[in-house]
Design a protein around this ligand. Structure first.
Ligand code: GLU
Length: 542
C-alpha cells in the first residue's frame, strides 16, 4: 500500500519499462561518458570522453553520451551545449545521446538526459519499496546532524543506517501521518549489508580487491524527486545496457554500494574501470585538479591560450599511456585513435597535469605545421580572442605568413611558438597600423645608451644598409657600422668597446626602432620581411 501512496501515478513495473528498450546483442561492449553540466567543461571531461571514445571504438564497441543533470542546484543551463560543442572540437563522436540544439535523442534508449528520466527512476524506486529494500525517510537536517554528532562521540560511522535510522522500520501509519503533515522526505535504500561484511570487487585497472561491503542507507531519491548519482547509475546503466563503466577513481569507494544495488534488483552489474584523476602539484603537494581553484581545469583556458587541439589531445594521450609519446614521434601524421591504448597500463596513482609538458608537446606540434596551416590556426584563434589583429592578418595574409615563417626554414629552427597567444607579441609590430600608434621611448628601452649615440648609429646605418646581403654579410656590416658609429663619437674607450660587444647594442637599437620592443624574432629575417622601405621609414621617424 505504501508504495502506491508514495507514487500514485506510477502504474508501470520495471518489467514493463525493460520491455520498451530493445535488447542489445550479447557480444556488444557498451560504454558511456556521463558528464554533469555544471559551470564549465572540465579538462577531465575531455580526458574521460577520450578514454571512452578510444576504448569503445578501437574494438567496434559503442559509446554513448548521457547528461547527468540531477544536481540542479549546481547546473548551468548552457553547459550541456558547451559539452557537445567541446566534444565535437576534439573529434569525439558518440554513437548515441542527446543531440543539440533541439536536444532530441538519437537511438532507442532515450532520454539520454537524466532530468527527463524522473518517471523511470520512480518506477524503480517503487519497485524497491515493494520489495522492502527502500523506505521514505522524513528526518530533518537537524535530526541527521544530531545523529551524526552522537555517532562521532561514540566513535561510530557517522551516517544513517541500521538502528540509527528512525524511519527504517517505521509503522505504516506513522509514515502516512508524516505524509499528511506534508513533511518533506527522501527515499532511502534499506541496505541488506551489515557492519563488518566483506565483499570482493573487481576493476579492470585495479583487479580484484576485498573490501568492506556497504551497510549505509544512502538516499536514492532526493526531496525534489530526482535521484542521487548512485540510483541513477543503477537505473540508467541497467536500461541502457552499459557493459563497461569507465569513471573516475572518486567513485571507486562506492562500488560495493553499486554492486549491492544491482544485486538487490537481480541485475548483472557492469564491469568497472576506475581511472586515476588528473592531479596537480600545489606547493609540492599532490591534489585533485579542482574546478573551483584551478584555471587549468577549464577547457576554455586551453582554448584561450591557443593550444592546438591536436596538441591537447597528444598531451592527454601521453597521460593515458606514457609510451604514446614515442609512438607519436614515429607517426606524426596519424590520428591518436590509431594508437593501441591499453586500459591495464593506465596509471593508478593519478595523472599529473603539467603545463610545461603541454607547452613542450604543443611547441613540437606547431613546429611540424606548414606555414599555411599555422596561419589558418592563428586566424581561427584570433577570430575569437584578438579581433584587432585578425583584421590585419586577414588584410595582409602573405605578409603575415612571411612574418610567421621567420626562422622556420632553418635546419634546426628555434621553436618560437608554444601556443597561439604567443604570436601577437611577435607579430603585431609588423603592421604599420599597430606600429604607428606605438610610443617608443628609446632611452627607456635601451637604458645603457644615450640618445645621441643611438642617433649617430642610426644615421650611419641608414646610409649603409643593404638588404640584398646574405645574413653573414649583413652581420659583418652591422658590426662595421657599429664600430664606425663609435668613431663618430670620437671616444676612444667607446671604440674599443664597440669592437667587443657593441654589436649587441647596435642590434638592440634596430630591434627597438623597428619593432618597438626588445624581444623580437631574428633581426635579419625580420628586416627581410619588412622590406627596405618600411625599415627606412621606421628609422627615419625616430
Ligand atoms: N556524472 C558523473 C561525474 O561527472 C559520472 C560518473 C560516471 O561516469 O558514472 O562524475
Amino acid at each position: 500500500m505504501l508504495p502506491n501512496i508514495l507514487f500514485p501515478k506510477i502504474k508501470e513495473t520495471i518489467e514493463d519499462i525493460t520491455k520498451k528498450y530493445p535488447k542489445r546483442p550479447e557480444w556488444l561492449v557498451v560504454t558511456r561518458i556521463a558528464p554533469s553540466p555544471t559551470w564549465f567543461v572540465h579538462i577531465w571531461n575531455v580526458y574521460s570522453a577520450m578514454l571512452d571514445d578510444i576504448f569503445a571504438h578501437k574494438d567496434n564497441w559503442i559509446a554513448f553520451l548521457r547528461i547527468e543533470d540531477t544536481d540542479q542546484k549546481r547546473e548551468v543551463e548552457w553547459a550541456r551545449f558547451k559539452i557537445n560543442e567541446i566534444f565535437k572540437t576534439f573529434w569525439l563522436v558518440f554513437d548515441e545521446g542527446p543531440i543539440w540544439p533541439d536536444n532530441t535523442d538519437i537511438w532507442a534508449y532515450w532520454p539520454y538526459t537524466q532530468s527527463k528520466r524522473e518517471y523511470l527512476y520512480k518506477v524503480f524506486a517503487k519497485h524497491l519499496l515493494e520489495m522492502w529494500f527502500a523506505y521514505p525517510c522524513f528526518m530533518t537536517e537537524e535530526e541527521i546532524n544530531e545523529v551524526r554528532q552522537n555517532q562521532t562521540i561514540w566513535k561510530q560511522v557517522p551516517w544513517i543506517y541500521g538502528g540509527y535510522s528512525i524511519w527504517r522500520n517505521a509503522k505504516e501509519e506513522d509514515v502516512i501521518k508524516a505524509l499528511e503533515e506534508k513533511k518533506e522526505f527522501v527515499i532511502r535504500f534499506k541496505s541488506p549489508g551489515k557492519i563488518g561484511d566483506r565483499v570482493i570487487i573487481s576493476d579492470l585497472v585495479k583487479w580484484d580487491v576485498e573490501t568492506n561491503d556497504n551497510f549505509l542507507d544512502i538516499v536514492l531519491i532526493k526531496k525534489w524527486g530526482l535521484p542521487t548519482y548512485h540510483f541513477a547509475h543503477l537505473v540508467d546503466d541497467y536500461l541502457m545496457q552499459t557493459t563497461h563503466v569507465f569513471r573516475s577513481d572518486e567513485w571507486y569507494a562506492s562500488q560495493p554500494l553499486h554492486e549491492q544495488l544491482f544485486k538487490v534488483f537481480g541485475f548483472q552489474a557492469p564491469k568497472y574501470v576506475h581511472y586515476a584523476p588528473l592531479i596537480k602539484l600545489d606547493n609540492w603537494n599532490k591534489r585533485k585538479l579542482s574546478k573551483r581553484k584551478d584555471m587549468e581545469a577549464d577547457v576554455e583556458y586551453y582554448f584561450k591560450l591557443g593550444y592546438p587541439i591536436i596538441a591537447i589531445i597528444d598531451y592527454l594521450a601521453n597521460i593515458i599511456n606514457a609510451w604514446y609519446e614515442d609512438w607519436r614521434k614515429e607517426n606524426k601524421t596519424k590520428s591518436f585513435k590509431e594508437f593501441d591504448f591499453k586500459i591495464e597500463k593506465m596509471s593508478q596513482a593519478g595523472a599529473l597535469v603539467d603545463m610545461e609538458k603541454l607547452d613542450f608537446v604543443s611547441k613540437e606540434y606547431i613546429a611540424t605545421l606548414e606555414v599555411d596551416e599555422l596561419y589558418n590556426l592563428f586566424v581561427s584563434w584570433a577570430s575569437k580572442y584578438d579581433s584587432e589583429l585578425l583584421k590585419l592578418v586577414n588584410k595582409y595574409p602573405d605578409y603575415t605568413k612571411q612574418a610567421l615563417n621567420i626562422e622556420r626554414e632553418l635546419e634546426n629552427p628555434p621553436k618560437r611558438f608554444q601556443k597561439m597567444s604567443d604570436i601577437p607579441a611577435q607579430l603585431n609590430f609588423f603592421f604599420d597600423e599597430v606600429y604607428d600608434k606605438l610610443d617608443i621611448n628609446l632611452t627607456e628601452l635601451i637604458p645603457n645608451l644615450k640618445l645621441d649615440e643611438i642617433k649617430v648609429f642610426l644615421n650611419n646605418y641608414i646610409a649603409w644598409f643593404n638588404l640584398n646581403q646574405s645574413k653573414d654579410e649583413w652581420f659583418a656590416e652591422l658590426k662595421e657600422i657599429a664600430s664606425k658609429s663609435g668613431f663618430a663619437l670620437n671616444n676612444k674607450e667607446f671604440v674599443e668597446w664597440t669592437h667587443v660587444w657593441k654589436i649587441w647594442d647596435a642590434a638592440m637599437i634596430l630591434r627597438v626602432v623597428l619593432c618597438g620592443q626588445r624581444n623580437t624574432p631574428d633581426l635579419y629575417e625580420t628586416m627581410q620581411v619588412m622590406w627596405r622601405e618600411r625599415v627606412e621609414k621606421r628609422i627615419h621617424n625616430i
